[in-house]
Design a protein around this ligand. Sequence first.
Ligand code: CA
Length: 195
Amino acid sequence: MTAPPKSATVLVVEDETSIASAVAARLRSEGYRAEVAHDGPSGVARCEALEPDLVVLDLMLPGFDGLEVCRRIQQRRPVPVLMLTAKDSETDKIVGLGVGADDYVTKPFSARELVARVGAILRRVERGGAEPPARIAIGALDIDRESRRVQRDGHEIHLTPTEFDLLAALAARPERVFTRQELLSEVWGVSGRNR
Ligand code: CA
């Protein structure tokens, strides 16, 4: 197994304490820093205080659910999210919503498998930033990043390559405000250091 990125911090938000502590213990035994929160509001608060490298987030939580936690934490600062769901059908539904989780694990899972998925996401992020999903459905728009096609209400729209990149960058993180420099860097690949 590949070693985890050094001293990565993972926040586990899960109300079932036995699952939360098993996952946290396994993470620690593999060299991560792990913290636990047991409901939606404290998950958001811990995330703000801790600024973790990744959040393992249960979908069904007291207070408010994992979708709301995901929205709130991503608004403040983008962070990779591994979502825990109770059923495959639940996963299908939230993938369709374009929630912005990086991966999903359906219960029951082994702590070992989960920690392997955490490592895979962190390595991917280290390599080149969190990959947005291949397909983004937002409002009437359906954006397919692999074929680089966009449909509005089922009708294909023609965009230039730069227009497509700009749209895809904005749609990947709805409600986030980008600075000019961030867009230059994400869409045009212009590094901030040289300007
Ligand atoms: Ca739960």
